[in-house]
Design a binder for this molecule. Sequence first.
Ligand code: NDP
Length: 593
Amino acid sequence: MIDRDALLEKYRLERDKRLRPEGNAQYVRVATHFPHMLDDPYTPRAERAPVTDHVRFAMVGGGFAGLCTGARLAQAGITDVRIIEAGGDVGGTWYWNRYPGAQCDTASIIYMPLLEETGHVPTEKYAHAPEILAQAKKIARTFNLYDKALFHTEVERLSWDEARKVWLIETDRGDKFTADFVGVGTGPLNVPKLPGIPGIETFKGHQFHTSRWDYGYTGGSAEGAPMDRLANKRVAIIGTGATAVQCVPHLARDSGELFVFQRTPSSVDVRANAPIDPDWFQSIATPGWQTRWLENFAANVGMGGAAEDWVQDGWTDLSRRIRARVMQLPPTEWTPDNIMKVWEMADHEKMSEIRERAVTVVEDRQTGEALQAWYRQLCKRPCFHDQYLQAFNRPTVTLVHTDGQGVGRIDETGIWAGGQHHAVDCIIHSTGFEVGTPTEERAGFDPVGIGGQTLSQAWADGMQTLHGLNSAGFPNLFLIQFAQAANFIVNVPHNWMETGSTVASIVRHMTDAGLATVEADADAQAAWVQLLLQGPGMMINNPDCTPGYYNNEGQPMDDRARYAVGYPAGPNAFFSYMKGWRSDGQFKGLRFG
Ligand code: NDP
């Protein structure tokens, strides 16, 4: 029996220990403090002449957002598409994040985009990073998105030319070209961040961020070859989020000694990965299968509920439990208040099981207890792994639990935590990505629309879009992101495949009708934003949660943050609404010219 009051008190105490008054200011920008740490370790940069031509559609970002948009445009017959990408190839997060053990946390058959269109059959329930990157490249090849792509290229300025009705795109490679349409899909977690630990710049050993894995130093490969150069090294990893949970087992296996510096433990549930049986796959792969699976998953992680849970994993488990508890109530008691109560109890039950798992798997009781997560499950990104907790049973692995305080100091030879010095050869920063910093800083540019107004000026009081995609005053600009749209963060590629279809229908319609410009009608946009603000708001900005990027480090949110919400009726309702919207040929709420 769970003592709810005692548990909530424990959650509060743990949260308070971790709270830091400086919020996001505790982190430092890699670009300003350690620019070399952002260098691309995977692809040499090739010199090329600046580009000065014109394309029909320019897509900023070659990750899944850009690839899905490009693919849907190609399917609609719009082939003059140019991807502009900071990395040396397509793939976005999967281009950069090649740390050992990287794999998707959402089932491959719904996470990997456009499987039906490319004919790829995922090999595992949760595919590893090289296979996901290969799928990104396959999408680019299938839809000829390599032809005009510019890699190792960053957009510095994006401005609307009202006289010529085109966007002017200027890059750090001296390119100056125009496009009828621009898509911006730079991703939500694209800028690595480092902890502002005193002395971090004095360390004389080697240090790098997980999103720029230095296989030259560690040996091994992203494909899984052992990191043989770590055999005699004392290695530190700072951070125990979703990235660390995946790479710690590999570091534990290959390092002479490994020190894992933990500030807040992650909740680590069962992974249960398994190969995908090609015969089983063929049995489900009838036309339209991926859309059906996407919708089934989205329904099962939402509160609406689907008849049957096909994916059956840790994400759908919590919703299944909540629904089961709701069904135990008489229908007359299905009030929002009661639903929140049973949700909370299902959460406590689930988190108690996950905490129990930690002390069962980890042989040393004290270490197991230090790995227990004391917060509600969606306070932080839930993790799933079957070798992470086990790694702490190796005699060469030490958990340095800082009990919410974090690393105190770094010096020339190592790391100080809790008054103790740990001498190490290498520090790996698994410290995540910027969230909550201004969008234009993360993207590296601020689109300049009609009358010279920038997007950040237009959104000074909060984000303003129609469907999360078009914004008044910014003609022919498509924002490929999920806020003010489905906001479906559990399976982000689902958003991209659907948004890509919407963009493609608009551009196809304009091409057929000979229209030059499109933008959100200001009134329709205001009505859309009002509709969204009437919904339940964000599910992840709970100030009672342990601090982290889900809740602005536990600091009060800027009022503008409440605009970053999704469609009140949930992701599937949004996708279905948009399907109707784009197929009736009216494109209500858009103004064409
Ligand atoms: P996170 O932001 O989740 O984790 C950063 C870690 O660094 C936290 O454990 C944090 O502690 C710790 N940290 C920060 N500063 C200090 C300090 N001064 N001392 C000690 N520890 C410190 O980053 P990740 O890269 O792990 O994950 C980011 C996101 O990327 C995930 O939430 C997920 O959305 C995505 N991701 C997805 C994966 C997938 O789908 N396969 C895999 C990996 C990541 P604290 O918790 O106390 O802040």
